[in-house]
Design a protein around this ligand. Sequence first.
Ligand code: TH1
Length: 816
Amino acid sequence: MKSTKVSVSNKNLREISPEEFKERLASKLDRHFEESVEEASKEDIFAALASMVRDGYSGKWRRTRIAESANGHKQAYYFSIEFLPGTLLKSNLLNLGWLDTAKEALADLGLDLDEIAAVEPDMALGNGGLGRLAAAFMDSLASTGYAGNGNGLRYKYGLFKQKFVNGYQKELPNDWLKQGDYWEVRRESKSVLVKFGGRVNMVDDHGWMTPQYEGCTVVRAVPYDVAMVGYHNGVANTLRLWDAEIAPEDELKYPSIADRRKIEDLTSILYPDDSNYDGRLLRLKQEYFFVSAGLQSIVNNFIKDYGEENLADFPKYVAVHINDTHPAMCVAELMRLLVDGHRMDWDEAWEITKETMSYTNHTIMAEAMEKWDVGMFSQLLPRLFDIVKEIDRRYAAGLEGKVSGDVIERTRIVKNGQIHMAHLAIIGSHSVNGVAALHTQLLETEVLSDFYQLYPDRFNNKTNGITLRRWIQIANPDLAKLLDKTIGNDWRFDSKEMLKFEKFYHDTATLTSLQQIKLANKQKLAKVIKDKTGVVVDPEAIFDVQVKRLHAYKRQTLKLLHVLKLYQDLKAGIDHPKRVVIFGAIAAPSYVFAKQVIKVINAVADLVNNDPDIKGKLKVVFLENYNVSLAEQIIPAADLSEQISTTTKEASGTSNMKLMANGALTVATMDGANIEIKDAVGSDNIFAFGLDKDEVYTYYANHSYHPRDLYESDPVLKKAVDALIDGTIPNCASEGRALYDAFLKDNEEFLVLADFEAYLKAQKLVEKVWQNPRQWAQMSLVNIAHSERFDADKTIERYASEIWNLDKVEFDAEKA
Ligand code: TH1
């Protein structure tokens, strides 16, 4: 077989002509809906386009699968409880090389691609950064030409829809499948069974202790596959999402709808929690369900391709990645499949498991650490519990006499009636990585230091990345065109090329274009804001953006105090440049404090936006239901990017990267990936401020943070904080009081008031630079050029070579 690298990088940006595109569209509409383009609704045109796109990649999808198994390629499987791809029409068009043609062809027909694409509901099977990263990695795996597939859950309801009622967050169900998912393919024949509960008896079967399951509940896992199309390279990988159904042999056991629901509800809802842990039974069921189904299908596939007798070679052909601890049961489940299912000797199975598994930690926040109660776990998963206990026993026994008993006790998996999932993931993997340099350093020196002492070679850093294709080519097409004009279009294929944009630092025409593009994007966003909230904002103002989950450590509260201070200044006749502060943030429904913050911000927005005294100099806008699609509208219009988490708390952050790529300047604490952004752009091109990691840890170690002292001694701070309780802000007395009390609590964990003064200073500097539009544009240009450092394609190259040991897919390029 003739083999060529798949990265038959096809740099033709127009793979079909507008004429051909129009013909295909007309014939789709005719065949599917018996209507002409003129008669068709947006929904119908969307469906026809989606169908054309599917035709466009179906051959690639099939050939990639065949090439992968025929060529004996190692494949990576990314296990994640969340995937957050957003919408897929435009990104599939882009990756196929059809986007510009589609825009043009539709325009010829009097149609606007953006309006039609808006019909597609977001595939919101994730909360925030963790799920978005998983989706970015899917795009990059395909686009860099690796055989890498995703494995997750097909939630019937995606992340809830956030609505504001009287300024309070209300949650509505997100029935994203109602309109029919255009991209998935149900693969009935690949279904597997997953067992829960019951009892397990070990019986001797010809000398092998074999489990017999009794009285368990069997759930059928049916995969729905979504193609992940590579950028101009003929590759299409698979994102496999599992749905729970009644097993065919159990139909009679569940005669009523209500009975059936009990099984099918397993995949109904996505837990709306981010960086938090909530030890509920349903979540444990979900975790085991996609872990077991995914590993069963991988092992079945392996046996089909290579034979059971070659299972010892499993890690040569399979890498399984554990994205945060939610899929940590992979370690025990693969042991179960190998030892119980294929009668492999424990020690051999253990070596295979460790070589196969790798794990990413995404947070050091104590409240996010998964620990399952032994009682619940052993009842739901009796056999898996035995295996976890055995892994733990052997782990402890293996260290006996080699390290202190304290270390063993601190690091073991099962202790004090709980199962520590991070410990299971680390002990059962050959690689453990953090998601930014500082984060990995903190894992090594603080949070996981015992493990780092034990296994220094396992630890490595992989700083997160973003899909630049989506955030520049799709979300900011005019910026993309400016890059083409200045540096040529090679950057669309190799982001390193973007560094050449820096050569235009002194080029007045380019700087002017940058300003014009930003202004046009701000005008568009101003319209969105007007339509959604009724608030009129001036596109000439600073667009100051904080978009991310609502969380105490992310400190939307610090931004709020700044807003209050600006408001008080303006009331007192102290002038500031015009500013529009834009928030987008969803709170977990059970997170009381986060919801109080939302209410207060909305109340402050009401106050500020309607106070004639300040003459429109300050506007506050909280956009509902922040999601990927809204991000695509906000981020290209941002001047200022707020990345102000308490140093040490934000593992990486990724909105910081998207915003810089769109030319926003960052106000940043030296936390997460902000440090690397500063390193990339230089300290003159970022507004860095605040406590550093050592200062934060000193406060924690000495319990020496006394915010009341700061409050009493700084009248500016006191005035801003007092606004929360002195009646300044109408209609939020109890929420204002809650924030006030939180700020002033002795040793308050997020050190909000400790950073206030430095934050104001950073914002003063922002205002000063804003007065110099040329300098601002120059800084913006440097940020755009250096965003190449955070291209997820490069992050994936590092995972592929340093963790998964993959090589690129090869197949007959002629047919690609
Ligand atoms: C986030 C981190 O908070 C963020 O800093 C990082 O950029 C992102 O992951 C991607 O690495 C996390 N999201 C979750 C969600 C859950 C549990 C832990 C984390 S950490 C449910």
